[in-house]
Design a protein around this ligand. Structure first.
Ligand code: UTP
Length: 284
């Protein structure tokens, strides 16, 4: 069972400007809670207990969100707003979180490397909060299952339309029993160079060897230290499996995917779903 999980959240969120000029992308809300909270709850529901959050300049709202706000809690309590009080207090106590700063956004691989002092020599997970998962069995739990079966690194995959492969890390894989064994991967390829249409979607379990590889890594695409390059090297040294996840995923790192996620989760929301459906019908 993997217990440690890294949340890289130090990126600049340029696809979401100007919304992300002063607000972390990870704090943008889908319906009534920020993206990062969905990802943290998914990890906790998958048995992960120790969180390392990699943040940077302008990201303090993330720390505040998971912190105790005694003043807010007491005023909600005194006002008899019990449901809100419970929720606010639950968020502040839900997880053990360590924070580390990535002083410059040098790439996702570099962000993961910043968490190294907290990780030790054991398998660890990485979760990108700008990918939102909705599934019966939490996606991180689906990865835990494959890790328990193989003892190896495992990466969440999803099929994407061929004309969208340039937005993702795309893998090359061989079938091995029920699993996919990854042989190579390439970051944001042109459709004609893409080895498949299977994209990595921001949930990973890694062998600690990945950190040694990242420490030697040179910048590549976009002049960033790319996680994808390190995974490709890891896959040459030891098995790395891919799992096509069961469930829905929303690419909430860009405005269109974010809008779609809000509509999908709004329609199924227990409190707002019915009214939202009627409002949408009126708009259409
Ligand atoms: P993205 O590329 O999706 O995020 O990285 P970004 O860089 O913030 O967004 P754009 O591309 O400029 O619009 C995936 C995840 O990795 C983190 C981001 O915060 C996001 O959660 N990241 C990326 C870092 O923590 N550090 C980096 O240097 C780059």
């Amino acid at each position: 069972m993997v217990t440690k999980v890294v949340f890289p959240a130090a990126g600049l969120g340029t696809r979401f400007l100007p919304a992300t000029k002063a607000t972390p992308k990870e704090m943008l809300p889908v319906v009534d809670r920020p993206l990062i909270q969905y990802a943290v709850e998914e990890a906790l529901a998958s048995g992960m207990t120790d969180i390392v959050m990699v943040t940077g300049r302008g990201k303090r709202a993330i720390e505040d969100h998971f912190d105790i706000s005694a003043e807010l809690e007491s005023s909600l309590h005194q006002a008899g707003k019990d449901e809100l009080y419970q929720e606010v207090s639950r968020i502040a106590r839900m997880a053990k979180i360590a924070y580390v700063r990535q002083k410059q956004a040098l790439g996702l691989g570099h962000a993961v490397l910043c968490a190294q002092p907290w990780l030790g020599n054991e398998f660890f997970a990485v979760s990108l909060a700008d990918e939102l998962m909705v599934s019966e069995r939490p996606v991180m739990q689906q990865l835990q299952d494959v890790h328990a079966q193989t003892g190896c690194s495992v990466i969440a995959l999803s099929e994407v339309p061929v004309d969208e492969v340039h937005r993702y890390g795309i893998v090359q894989a061989n079938k091995e029993g029920d699993l996919l064994r990854l042989t190579d991967m390439v970051e944001k390829p042109d459709p004609e160079d893409a080895p498949s249409n299977l994209a990595m979607i921001g949930r990973y379990i890694f062998s600690p060897r990945l950190l040694d590889i990242l420490a030697q890594q040179q910048p590549s695409v976009g002049n960033e230290i790319q996680l994808t390059d390190a995974i490709a090297l890891l896959a040459q040294e030891e098995p790395v499996y891919g799992l096509i996840i069961q469930g829905q995923r929303f690419d909430t790192g860009n405005p269109l995917g974010f809008l779609i996620a809000n509509v999908a989760l709004g329609l199924t929301h227990p409190k707002y779903g019915d009214d939202f459906r009627h409002a949408l019908q009126d708009l259409l």
